[in-house]
Write a protein that binds this ligand. Structure first.
Ligand SMILES: [Mg+2]
Length: 280
C-alpha cells in the first residue's frame, strides 16, 4: 500500500496544477515527468503525501499511544530526517522551524480544510474496526487541520482503505458505502479539476476508485482530473492497492523509477510489510 501510494504521489507530482494541455499530452501512465515549475522535485520523487503517511505508518507499527503529541512528534521527525519539498507553505515553514512535536502543536495554525489531513491517513484504514478507523483519522487530522471538513475528508480516505482492505464489497459500491457513514454527498460522481480542499481530493479519488478495474488506469484517471492530483492519486492508489477486484498492474517503469534513497522504494516496501503484519 505504501509503495503504490508513493508511486501515485510521485507520478501525480509532475502534474500538480499543470496546464490541461500538458496533462493531456504526458499523462501516459508509464513514466514520471518533470514538473514545469517545481524544479526542486525530480521525476520519481515523492512529496509531503508520502512522507507524512510514513509518519502515520511508523506510529501504528511501533504501537505508541495515538495522541496529538505523538503524532506531532512523528510529523516533525520524518521531515527532519529527510527534508524535502512539496509541502504547503504553511506546513513547510512550520516544519523547518520547530524542533519537536510540542513546538509544532504550540505554533501551528490549525484552521485549515485543505487536504493535508486526508493525504496521509491511509494506514489507519487497515485497523480492524470502522469505529477505530474514524477515531484515529479524527485525532491525526486535528493536529494540523482542526476543521470538520478536513476531519470528514480524512475519515473518508481512511474508510476507503478500510473498505477495500477488509473486502466489504465491490470497489464500485464504495461511494454508496461512504455515503451511508459520513456527512456529505459521496454517491454523486466528482467531475472536473480538483482544488485544495480535502473533501475535493477524496471525493475525486473515491469516484476514480469506483470506476476502476486496474491500478494503472486508476492512476491516469486521477491525474486527468487536473489540479491537486498528486494527493488524489496517493489517496486512490493506497485504497486501490488493497482492492481484490482491481488488477495490481503498476508499470515496472514506475516501480523502478520511484526514488530509492534511504526512505524511498525499498523503505516503503519494508514498512508496508511491517504495517500489514502489525495490524492483521
Ligand atoms: Mg503533495
Amino acid at each position: 500500500m505504501l509503495l503504490e501510494l508513493a508511486v501515485g504521489d510521485a507520478y501525480g507530482a509532475g502534474f500538480e496544477y499543470a496546464e490541461p494541455a500538458f496533462v493531456a499530452e504526458f499523462n501516459t501512465g508509464d513514466h514520471y515527468v518533470q514538473h514545469r515549475k517545481h524544479h526542486d522535485i525530480s521525476p520519481g520523487d515523492y512529496t509531503d503525501d508520502t512522507q507524512m503517511t510514513l509518519a502515520i505508518a511508523e506510529l501504528l507499527v511501533d504501537g505508541d499511544a495515538w495522541t496529538r503529541e505523538n503524532l506531532a512528534d512523528r510529523f516533525v521527525e520524518v521531515y527532519r530526517r529527510d527534508e524535502r519539498y512539496g509541502y504547503s507553505t504553511r506546513i513547510h515553514t512550520l516544519l523547518r522551524t520547530v524542533r519537536d512535536g510540542a513546538e509544532l502543536l504550540a505554533t501551528v495554525d490549525d484552521n485549515s480544510d485543505r487536504s493535508g489531513a486526508a493525504m496521509r491517513v491511509a494506514p489507519i484504514g487497515l485497523l480492524a474496526e470502522v469505529a477505530d478507523t474514524l477515531r484515529y483519522a479524527d485525532v491525526q487530522a486535528r493536529v494540523t487541520h482542526d476543521t470538520e471538513d478536513a476531519v470528514v475528508a480524512a475519515q473518508a480516505a481512511a474508510l476507503a482503505v478500510h473498505y477495500c482492505h477488509h473486502r466489504l464489497g465491490p470497489t464500485s459500491d464504495l461511494p454508496r458505502w461512504l455515503d451511508d457513514r459520513l456527512p456529505g454527498d459521496w454517491a454523486s460522481p466528482w467531475q472536473g479539476p480538483v482544488g485544495a480542499q480535502g473533501l475535493m481530493s477524496v471525493h475525486a479519488a473515491v469516484t476514480a476508485l469506483a470506476g476502476a478495474t486496474r491500478l494503472s488506469a486508476l492512476l491516469r484517471t486521477c491525474v486527468a482530473y487536473t489540479g491537486d492530483v498528486d494527493t488524489v492519486a496517493a489517496i486512490a492508489l493506497a485504497a486501490g492497492s488493497r482492492a481484490a477486484d482491481l488488477a495490481q498492474d503498476i508499470p515496472r517503469s514506475l516501480h523502478d523509477g520511484l526514488e530509492n534513497g534511504r526512505f524511498g522504494r525499498d523503505y516503503c516496501i519494508a514498512l508496508d510489510a511491517r504495517l500489514l503484519n502489525a495490524l492483521s
